[in-house]
Design a protein. Structure first.
Length: 182
């Protein structure tokens, strides 16, 4: 696993064997950030990374110039790995938070430019992140929620859905802060 773009491009991330995360593949990550570059300005953005796992997406946002990245992970081993990796890379604007992502969304008072959610595909109710983010008003105007999911889920017809992209078995659905008008 590596950082695919920005100032830390090429840096290798080697999670310990006891990490049970399913990191987003480098291929999917590279394509995701190609799409993001056309939709939103990452440089200077405040980013929230939910279900961070190894922190791979968080490091990518920091590498590409995000002003701050809040990385939320409930698993203590994963959380510590994210903190240690951020410190080793000198990423002082990456804030690792050990918390349940759903509870965090219900209590956070900050708004973000970009929110990324990569819940385990088999996590019951993972799609509840979408209404939580939108109803709590956690996206700034022009903000973007990216929800990573399997092909078994579809958000076609959701009023805030901007687009869905598919890369192998990985799907990214992009939602805007405001409903899309036809």
């Amino acid at each position: 696993m590596r950082i695919v773009g920005g100032k830390f491009r090429g840096r290798v991330i080697t999670p310990p064997r006891n990490l049970r995360a399913r990191p987003t593949t480098d291929f999917a990550k590279e394509n995701l950030f190609n799409v993001l570059n056309n939709l939103v300005d990452i440089e200077g953005a405040d980013v929230l990374d939910l279900f961070s796992g190894t922190g791979s997406i968080s490091y990518e946002f920091v590498s590409r110039g995000a002003a701050s990245v809040t990385s939320v992970e409930v698993n203590g081993v994963h959380h510590n790995f994210i903190k240690q990796t951020a410190a080793a890379f000198g990423m002082d604007n990456l804030y690792a938070v050990r918390a349940n992502a759903f509870l965090y969304l219900k209590s956070v008072a900050k708004q973000f430019d970009i929110i990324f959610s990569d819940a385990p595909y088999d996590l019951e109710g993972s799609e509840e992140v979408i209404p939580l983010v939108l109803e709590q008003g956690l996206l700034r105007e022009g903000g973007l929620l990216i929800f990573e999911h399997s092909k078994q889920k579809s958000f076609e017809g959701h009023p805030n859905l901007l687009q869905t992209r598919s890369y192998g078995s990985v799907q990214f659905s992009f939602f805007g802060a405001e409903p899309v008008h036809s």
